[in-house]
Write a protein that binds this ligand. Sequence first.
Ligand code: SAM
Ligand code: DTB
Ligand code: SF4
Length: 331
Amino acid sequence: MKFQELKSLYELPFFELISESRKVHEVNWPKNEIQLCTLLSIKTGGCSEDCSYCAQSARYKSGVDAERLMPKCDILERAQAARKNGSTRFCMGAAWKGVRSGTKRFEEVLDIVRGVSELGMEVCTTLGELGPEEAKKLKEAGVTAYNHNIDTSPEHYPNIVSTHTFEDRLQTIRNVQDAGMSVCSGGILGLGETVDDRLKMIEILSNFNPPPESIPINKLMPMPGTPLAGADPVDTFDVARTIACARISVPKAKIRLSAGRTALSEEAQALCFFAGANSIFYGDKLLTANNPQTTQDLKLLNKLGISPQSPNPKMKSPKVNSEIPLAPQGV
Ligand code: SAM
Ligand code: DTB
Ligand code: SF4
């Protein structure tokens, strides 16, 4: 979808916008279900990158210590517990700039992925930058989807991160698409961006070929010690408007109301679900930050008459149209 179309949508009176997105949602997601994903930080802190929102960067005194890669047996235990709790996707995150084929740690990750995929859950990983070979190996090991966010517009990105570029992010996404994994890519609201930055981000995501399988929308959780610790909170209606635009422009994507739900009331979350969000991170912890308690989430879903989605570990990644570039070049 083009920026101008997104802008016209975003500027509609609120109820008109969410009625539009609700219509698109009901046609594409008629089942009134929500995907529950469990997140686990398998390697926390000590990251070389300087993403100014992130508590895991080694450059900031956020109080998050650098840890080693978790042992496989502990990870499998957590994945089994997540499955027992009704979660259908297990997403493993690592605070790395990226991974490289042939290294001991990458071999360890591949072994962990094989173990989790045998549990019958959808496996997602977010390990930073990937080259074509790493992407192929992760796919072969059983990764369903790879999370790599573009986070904001290309124009605003250099204000947030200096150790890698927006184009580097797109290159990894292209490698993921080429390897046949589904792409999970979205962004953060609350980085001091303008509405235009948010819409440019959605424009780029909606023009991916194939479109992203899931789109996480994070609301900045200001982390002590990071440059964005004192950032102004994003208004709930802006979160809902952004979700509505994402729903309309990528009708088949799972839109994940991701980090920041602890700062949203039940009513605010319900509004976001109405506007088109149909996936959440489920579990008391995100990577380093808190998430609502699982009992609280189940109560909310129950009150809203929404049921958890069943898993689809054999999910096929969408077909690539080879005549169109996978992700845009040189934006
Ligand atoms: N290192 C990998 C990377 O950068 O892709 C994976 C982990 S990284 C923490 C994954 C995503 O979490 C980021 O792209 C960002 O969208 C989100 N995130 C990180 N810290 C956040 C915060 N304080 N508030 C909201 N979202 C955050
Ligand atoms: C995503 O978009 N959000 C998740 C997941 N992908 C890896 C991470 C949220 C992190 C929130 C801050 C923290 O826990 O440190
Ligand atoms: Fe490292 Fe990812 Fe955090 Fe950036 S967002 S500092 S790459 S863990």
